[in-house]
Ligand binder design. Sequence first.
Ligand code: SF4
Length: 363
Amino acid sequence: MTRANADGGGKPDAAITRGRDYDETPLIVTWEVTQACSLACDHCRADAVEQRHPDELSTAEGKRLIDQVAAFDPAPVLVFSGGDPLERPDLFDLLDYATERVPTAVTPAPTAALDRETVTRFADLGVRRMALSLDGATPARHDGFRGESGSFAAVQQAAAWAADVDLDVQVNTTVTATTAPELSAIADRVAELGAVMWEVFFLVPTGRGATLKGLDPARAESVLQWLHRHAREAPYRVITVEAPHYRRIAAAERDGPARVGSTRAGRGFVFVSHTGEVYPSGFLPVAAGDVRETPLPEVYREADLLCALRDADGFDGPCGRCPHRRQCGGSRSRAYAVTGDPLASDPLCEWVAEGIPRAAESD
Ligand code: SF4
């Protein structure tokens, strides 16, 4: 297996970052092509709205952004996110332009617009992956969490259409106090959907998600340990979002899954808003630049905020002296949401709440 670099020294393990230098090139660029969405999910990061913003990046500006993403070497994956990307009438034009230049993924909302023709068109254009959200193991649980009747069935149907056209599916699940007890059952549904990846997002109290109840550090630790055990046997890859201490847990195991993720906000990952501002992540609302003024590669490499977020030695508290700080580093988004300081320690980590074990500190 690939081991996490737990010594805190030198560059991150090149095998983990797949040969990328995250100071130069992200692995993933997420572009929030619009905030418009006809759904109103309780945990929405974007506080999505019904109407498109009048100052959204235009089609021409979107294509310039795609050119900027393609200028990274190697090219990152470009994720078309929202809101609901299908709210943009130029979506297929933009996807066509993107897939010619960079690996491209899309995260449509499960509305009536996500029909067989749309899914087939994604595949025909060369989209690599479609991500769907699943936050409950049954229609009642999922639809209740999403606040939308029929959403569970729409996700199942979209995954079936994707299978028909060999389009990879990723399933995203939000971990809250409500969804955590049924993660095992949701994991079974993920397998039934034929997903290639399960992305498990740990709630950051921002946007509409600020009203939801997350986990305490001890519960998060046990969920992450379960996830790691599950990942060894799962027919899909498992990664966490905004819970990078999953990598600390994986580093303690000798026979864990080969790849446990390597990015965090501003390090290997960067987010471009619907109006062109550049953020370390969609959950860390401090702008580092604007692609209308400065090309994305320049912002990514040179913005003070992003440079600071990549320097784990500069983090405050336990995250700044933890032996896992380079590969983990904690959720910068949660640190900001809870303390107002993106360089503070991640309050969801048990090592932050309880203290770094003495044996680990002396590694
Ligand atoms: S203390 Fe910080 S860097 Fe260390 S495992 Fe916890 S979140 Fe990660």
